[in-house]
Ligand binder design. Structure first.
Ligand SMILES: [Zn+2]
Ligand SMILES: [Zn+2]
Length: 240
């Protein structure tokens, strides 16, 4: 930072993108320390399969394997899903800035948060970002899931594979759709270029937001059909 930038920063401190107070030394671009502390907001017990938070803090005390009602009705095809925080407040704003503004510098801290979330998982063979369709990639210029996956891969020394799983047909943005439409929207949208490379492997799928899990489920279906032994889905945020 040169002297003029430093002076400008002292005279006109950049406000936090969420709460507008001075950023200070949070270490995260665009967000103050207080807002960053809200990023990993999922603290209580969650469904061990899909990661849905339980209402009661005692939910898993008696039976740690207890599944949520949705998983008991129909098991997802991934083995486990986990997220850093809820898709609300400062984290929602951070994801929006990261993806659409776009502030790629947020990829590093956000990816490191996700890396921390998976530190207790063992025996992951490879990390795969949920791919964008080529047309969407050209429009946005980057795949946000790949930037997050890259950080996780570097942090834990796990191989990053970004050119095997592909989105083979364009899909509508899931946010515009209802639960049933989301499943239809992504059905058959993914394929593996080299399916033999994932046989008997534990794959960590990475994306930014988990809403109904339809995208993760469809990717997991493709991976499991080609012999993946385990699929874990990790997202930055979980929609409420
Ligand atoms: Zn703030
Ligand atoms: Zn569940």
């Amino acid at each position: 930072m040169n002297i003029i930038h430093l002076l400008l920063d002292i005279l006109f401190p950049t406000p936090c993108s969420y709460c507008r107070s001075p950023i200070g030394d949070s270490g995260i671009p665009h967000f103050c320390a207080e807002c960053c502390a809200d990023f990993d907001s999922i603290a209580g017990p969650v469904c061990p399969r899909c990661g849905a938070p339980f209402d009661s803090p005692e939910a898993l005390r008696a039976s740690p394997d207890h599944l949520c009602s949705s998983c008991r009705r129909k098991l997802p095809l991934f083995d486990q899903a986990l997220s850093v925080g809820y898709f609300e407040g400062p984290l929602r704003e951070a994801i929006h800035q990261f993806k659409y503004r776009p502030c790629r510098s947020l990829g590093r801290p956000l990816g490191l948060w996700m890396a921390d979330r998976i530190r207790t998982l063992s025996a992951i063979d490879m990390i795969m970002p949920v791919p964008l369709h080529a047309k969407r990639l050209r429009q946005r210029g980057f795949n946000q899931a790949l930037l997050l996956a890259y950080r996780m891969s570097v942090r834990h020394g796990i191989t990053l594979i970004y050119d095997n799983l592909a989105r083979v047909r364009p899909t509508r943005p899931q946010v515009e759709l209802t639960g049933e439409e989301r499943i239809e929207n992504v059905a058959g949208a993914f394929a593996l270029r080299s399916p033999e490379k994932i046989e008997n492997r534990h794959i960590l799928l990475v994306d930014d937001v988990f809403t109904t899990g339809a995208t993760m489920n469809e990717c997991a279906a493709v991976l499991k059909n080609s012999g993946a032994s385990q699929v874990t889905a990790c997202t930055l945020a979980r929609a409420l």
